[in-house]
Design a protein around this ligand. Structure first.
Ligand SMILES: [Mn+2]
Length: 387
């Protein structure tokens, strides 16, 4: 059963996926005869979007001998994700350079129309949607909505279409799916079902482990550590919640990465990390499982509907007003205020994670060191003048 009802499941929680043959038949019947398919990815595509799109592209090629174009909006920021593109030779094209009228089939992966992460051009109704993100939207206009929030990743969903139907996969496709499942489920620890495990085992067996390691251990620019230092220095522990502001960031994935790192702090139930890039303030939220307040609802609430997500991890993207006195730092403070209220953390119980505000840090140290050097240079110049 394929359904747009978020309550229903098409079997992800079971070890086997009985719907796989039927889902494959439906996908093939929609795609049959189409010569120019286009696969539209989630905004700022992550490994799950890239992995599921690569596997779907492979299916179009295998069954119909057609080359699907992969279109994206936003950017691929995280170095691991860029390494994935490079090592697996995944070609993606910016959506704005594409005329969607040139294509006779549009498939959307790892997002769905109506969601903030789906930036399809206006008026484009996809023929196929493959997604696992919780949805409040109806997908009834979509010919084949393969949609089920029970799955830990979209890569599992496309992987199931292949594996459960006995379709052989290439090392490249297996590696892409492996990395997609791995990152979306945090190594099968987050939102993963027995089916995610099963599909993961199958694709991992075929995956190129050396390439995987090259992707996961991709080298980062110095800026990464600069932002990380800022994140730690500004982090505040409030009761059981941890918050920090990264300031300006090069790409939005950084808020998620720092949120995952900080969530490791002992005794913490909630994390919120924010930073801005261009016209948007980004925010990532993490929560312990089993709370009566869910991360997705908190993200939606504190961002006035500009966010959402899963029970334990969620995100928001809040437009920064164009006016000159718009202050992302103040926006973060307001967001933090709403967040702490929403998760019911006691503000009086606030302490710095590492150093107290105003403590001597690398910034102030290098500043005073710079001043000392300048004074020394002045003295030397004076001495030269006297002699
Ligand atoms: Mn995903």
């Amino acid at each position: 059963m394929t359904t747009t009802d978020p309550q229903a499941s098409n079997g992800a929680s079971n070890g086997a996926h009985a719907e796989a043959p039927q889902n494959l038949r439906r996908l093939l019947s929609v795609a049959r005869g189409r010569r120019r398919p286009l696969i539209h990815l989630q905004h700022n595509p992550d490994p799950d979007a890239l992995g599921s799109a690569t596997a779907l592209q492979y299916m179009f090629e295998r069954f119909f001998g057609v080359q699907a174009v992969l279109a994206y909006t936003g950017r691929v920021g995280r170095v691991e994700n860029r390494a994935m593109l490079r090592h697996l030779n995944i070609k993606i094209r910016p959506s704005y350079k594409i005329d969607y009228d040139d294509y006779d089939l549009v498939a959307v992966v790892d997002t769905h129309p109506g969601s903030g992460t789906c930036q399809l051009p206006k008026g484009v109704v996809p023929d196929v949607v493959i997604d696992h993100h919780p949805s409040l939207n109806s997908l009834e206009d979509v010919e084949f909505p393969y949609y089920d929030p029970e799955f830990g990743s979209t890569s599992t969903m496309v992987g199931a279409l292949l594996v459960e139907n006995g379709i052989p996969i290439s090392t490249r496709v297996a590696t892409a799916l492996t990395y997609g499942i791995k990152t979306d489920t945090m190594d099968l620890s987050r939102g993963a079902t027995p089916l995610d495990e099963r599909i993961f085992r199958e694709v991992y067996a075929v995956a190129d482990k050396r390439v995987l390691s090259h992707i996961e251990r991709a080298r980062v620019p110095q800026e990464y550590f600069v932002v990380l230092e800022r994140a730690l220095r500004r982090a505040q522990v409030t009761d059981f919640a941890l918050t920090t502001f990264l300031g300006e960031i090069d790409h939005s994935d950084m808020v998620a990465e720092v949120a995952d790192l900080l969530f490791r702090l002992d005794g913490i139930k909630w994390v919120m990390v924010s930073g801005f890039n261009g016209p948007l303030l980004y925010c990532s939220i993490r929560a312990l499982a089993g709370k009566d307040v869910k991360a997705g609802a908190v993200a939606r609430e504190i961002s006035s509907g500009k966010g959402g997500g899963h029970d334990t991890f969620a995100a928001a993207q809040i437009p920064i007003p164009e006016s000159e006195d718009a202050d992302p730092g103040q926006m973060y403070e307001d967001l933090r205020e709403r967040f702490l209220k929403e998760v019911r953390a006691k503000k009086s119980l606030t302490r710095p994670l590492t150093v107290p505000p105003g403590a001597q840090t690398s910034d102030s140290v290098s500043q005073s060191r710079g001043e000392a050097l300048a004074r020394e240079a002045d003295r030397e110049a004076e001495a030269r003048e006297r002699s």
